[in-house]
Write a protein that binds this ligand. Structure first.
Ligand code: HEC
Length: 112
């Protein structure tokens, strides 16, 4: 298509303005979306934070945090960890993966 000399016909100017406005809005939207995604990728929840929340949801109604900290043992106590994991298999309503997160949280004792 041959470039035509630009004229100030109102209909054409208006169409151009609408097009530019739409394009700008779309770009702003895409940019905001990307910025939001990046923020989410940069700050994944720490395992401890996830574990704390899972503990609240699945265990805290029946167990105190202190008692469970004591029951879970320390991070280097592998035999105890295994024992509790197996116990939770039949005991906990959470998934095995969530149980591990809960136990990580309990064993390391991170602040909530
Ligand atoms: C519906 C109530 C209930 C919920 C929810 C529950 N428990 Fe229990 N749990 C019990 C009862 C009752 C016992 C047996 C009596 C006891 O030892 O306190 C027990 C026992 C335990 C024991 C053994 C106690 C010990 O001293 O060794 C552990 C460990 C345990 N629960 C961890 C958990 C964890 C972790 C969760 C969450 C994933 C959880 N429980 C959710 C009721 C519950």
């Amino acid at each position: 298509m041959q470039p035509r000399p630009f004229s100030m016909r109102p209909a054409r100017v208006k169409r151009l303005a609408v097009f530019l406005g739409t394009a700008w809005l779309a770009w702003a939207g895409i940019f905001a979306w990307m910025a939001g995604r990046e923020a989410a990728v940069e700050s994944p929840p720490t395992p401890a934070a996830g574990g704390a929340e899972l503990f609240e949801r699945h265990c805290a109604s029946c167990h105190s945090l202190d008692a469970m900290r004591a029951a879970a043992g320390t991070p280097d106590d592998a035999p105890r960890r295994k024992e509790v994991e197996q116990f939770l298999d039949g005991h906990s309503e959470a998934t095995a993966d969530q149980n591990r997160q809960i136990l990580d949280f309990l064993a390391t004792g991170h602040a909530r």
